[in-house]
Design a protein around this ligand. Structure first.
Ligand code: 4NP
Length: 157
């Protein structure tokens, strides 16, 4: 089983969306993949995803209502094969917990799956508009398509 963790700051907007999208696609494709998400901050621990992200998800036939925020912990390096950060700041904060090179190698920016080496950010929509939430959805829809393709061809294991 491949285990993939999506990480943002609050775990209420971007990473739940990435988590929900990948869960849906893994199920549709009958793949043996465990998906979860976490935040580098603890502001929203235990909360459901932001209502605006839930609505955008539903409008795009993806349900993230049941997800609950949790904070990233060092043990996530043991539980997951691949850890995707939504932006550079999240990536740096995840890497602060890394104990060795194996841990470090698991961490990648999610949009580098879409545009390799570009180090692009999934913009934080928290103070944004519904258009910003839709943009997050679209970026993550495309990025998770690549993740699914790589799982299927064995590039991600
Ligand atoms: P997320 O968005 O990292 O995509 O979940 C945010 C959620 C909450 C805050 C910032 C970003 N906040 O400052 O509370």
């Amino acid at each position: 089983m491949t285990r993939i963790l999506m990480v943002c700051l609050g775990n209420i907007c971007r990473s739940p969306m990435a988590d929900g999208l990948l869960r849906r696609k893994v199920k549709e494709e009958h793949l043996d993949v465990f998906v979860d998400s976490a935040g580098t901050a603890n502001y929203h621990v235990g909360k459901r995803p932001d209502q605006r992200m839930c609505q955008t998800a539903i409008a795009n036939r993806t349900n993230i209502d049941d997800l609950r925020a949790r904070q990233f912990v060092v043990e996530d390096f043991d539980l997951f094969d691949k850890i995707y950060a939504m932006d550079k700041e999240n990536q740096i904060n995840i890497l602060k917990h890394a104990r060795n090179s194996t841990d470090k190698e698991k961490v990648e920016l999610i949009l580098n799956e879409l545009n390799p080496g570009k180090d692009q950010t999934v913009p934080d929509p928290y103070y944004g508009t519904s258009t910003d939430f839709q943009e997050v959805y679209t970026l993550l829809d495309h990025a998770t398509d690549v993740v699914i393709r790589k799982i299927k061809n064995g590039t991600i294991r």
